[in-house]
Write a protein that binds this ligand. Structure first.
Ligand SMILES: Cc1cc2nc3c(=O)[nH]c(=O)nc-3n(C[C@H](O)[C@H](O)[C@H](O)COP(=O)(O)OP(=O)(O)OC[C@H]3O[C@@H](n4cnc5c(N)ncnc54)[C@H](O)[C@@H]3O)c2cc1C
Length: 463
């Protein structure tokens, strides 16, 4: 057995009676001061106690941890940014393959490619790529992990112009269930590469990603406009018409809830029930001004925070509204469109939540997302117009809202599924055809379902 090279880890490793051969990272066990922080994830309702958290420093550590877990039949969870609302990044009693120390990002400015380690957060990527005035489509909160978000699809401000995160993925390095390290791209293991682009963490541990970069910013026109909750129906109908013809550069998200107590908002407006349409224009600021003018002039906004801003600041502008450790519960669905029926449901339910922390959000899709063929990647929801999530501090309200949307539902984004969303909802997320193809790839790369602490694809025969 290999002795861990970092002496400081030996006593606790020995005390726990576990040594991971060939592992050079940090092993964190119950009883160590770091244990509680290391097992905590973004959603404070998740309270799991792994036997060991293997904080990896490199691909070799990940391979060592996978082999170790397999040899002992240990449950495996993989932690990227720890943001998944269902808490799949941690498990009880097993091993967490923790990538949080693997956050390096490097940029090839000329080739317009970013090389990103598997535990990086989107803030790490934006920080490094924006130095060169470049960006790749990621999420809208900078403390979300690249790993989980990308493997599920990856929606955000830039997607209508530049596609989903998976549409910009060029290559990935993967540690398989066998502990082998392989590269995958359109040319190498193309079946695996297809499955990684939407199929989640089912096929191995991704230790690094290569993403295509695009010129963005560094200054973009962005920000939210808030209207009183009473104006919701009118705003949504107007919004529906505006976004139907919006240029690809215009990314928008509707947020229904209360106005967050942001320093830039007057205190008299804090926690006031309101609808917000937030925008980010991935093009020249002047063009952005023109694209959002009608929206900004609609009705009587309570506050208009749209303006030229640094892309990095915009990407982290919502971070404080969804901090780590609060208790969250989500219900999610895709919507084929914003019909009058949907708007009626939204008006009726959106403001019934008791907690000011509760909100609903709707991402506008289309553009480059819809132009990729549905079977080109394992992300199937390309024809949905909007992804909706109800992010709640009170589960009952989220469920009622979701149930009321039932007649208008059209699939779901796998990354928005919560812990009580069962196998049926995973199948709903992929649809039969994509699910069956994923099951075939799973059978080839992980026939024993070693990686099952996730939104699981059961190994099966290819169609
Ligand atoms: C506040 C907030 C904002 C969000 N905003 C967006 C958004 O704008 N767009 C969007 O698309 N989604 C968004 N999401 C959803 C997000 O995509 C998922 O929560 C995603 O799982 C987060 O990835 P993570 O690495 O942080 O998660 P983790 O909890 O660390 O991982 C979730 C699962 O992903 C897998 N995984 C993670 N990293 C790896 C890896 N390197 N290799 C193999 N498997 C891995 C594992 O199966 C793991 O169980 C948001 C979530 C939150 C909480």
């Amino acid at each position: 057995m290999t002795t861990p090279t970092r002496e400081s880890h030996q006593p606790s490793d020995m005390a726990a009676g576990i040594e991971i051969p060939g592992f050079r990272g940090e092993c964190i066990y119950s009883g160590l001061p770091a244990y509680d922080e290391a097992r905590a994830v973004w959603n404070g309702t998740v309270d799991r106690r792994p036997r060991v958290i293997a904080r990896c420093t490199d691909t070799g550590d990940v391979a060592a941890a996978v082999c170790f877990a397999r040899d002992r039949d240990l449950e495996i969870a993989v932690r990227g940014g720890g943001h998944n609302v269902a808490g799949t990044a941690v498990c009880d009693d097993g091993i967490v393959i923790d990538l949080s120390a693997m956050r390096a990002v490097s940029v090839d400015r000329v080739g317009r490619v970013a090389h990103v380690q598997g535990g990086a957060l989107w803030g790490d990527v934006d920080h490094e790529t924006q130095v060169h005035g470049l960006a790749t489509p990621g999420g809208i909160v900078s403390h979300t992990g690249v790993g989980g978000l990308t493997l599920g699809g990856g929606i955000g401000w830039l997607m209508r112009k530049h596609g989903l995160a998976v549409d910009n993925l060029l290559e990935a390095e993967v540690v398989t269930a066998e502990g082998a390290v392989i590269r995958t791209s359109a040319d190498e293991h193309p079946d695996l590469f297809w499955a990684l682009r939407g199929g989640g963490g089912n096929f191995g541990v991704v230790t690094s990603f290569r993403f295509a970069l695009h010129p963005v910013g560094p200054t973009v026109l962005a920000g939210p406009v808030f209207w009183a909750a009473a104006d919701t129906a009118d705003v949504l109908r107007f919004y529906r018409d505006i976004v139907a013809d919006a240029p690809d550069e215009l990314g928008t998200i509707v947020r229904l809830g209360t106005i967050p107590p942001l320093p830039v908002v007057g205190e008299d407006l804090h926690y006031r029930p309101a609808i917000a349409v937030a925008s980010c224009f991935a093009g020249p600021v002047g063009d952005g001004e023109r694209a959002v003018r009608a929206l900004r002039e609609f009705g009587t906004p309570l506050v208009d925070l749209v303006g030229p801003t640094s892309y990095v600041d915009h990407q982290s502008g919502m971070d404080d509204t969804v901090p780590h450790g609060w208790h969250y519960y989500w219900k999610a669905t895709d919507l084929a469109g914003l019909s009058d029926d949907v708007i009626d449901v939204v008006v009726e339910y959106a403001y019934r939540a008791r907690s000011p922390r509760s909100y609903a959000a709707m991402f506008h899709l289309g553009g480059a997302v819809a132009r990729v063929a549905p079977d080109a990647t394992a992300y199937p929801g390309r024809d949905a117009e909007h992804h909706a999530t109800v992010g709640a501090a009170e589960a009952a309200w989220a469920r009622e809202f979701f149930d009321a949307l039932q007649p208008n539902r059209a699939g779901v984004y796998v990354n928005f599924l919560d812990a009580d969303d069962d196998d049926r909802r995973v199948r709903e997320a992929y649809g039969d055809r994509t699910y069956r193809t994923l099951a075939g790839v799973k059978q080839k790369y992980d026939p024993d379902n070693v990686f099952h602490h996730n939104k699981n694809i059961q190994p099966g025969r290819s169609p």
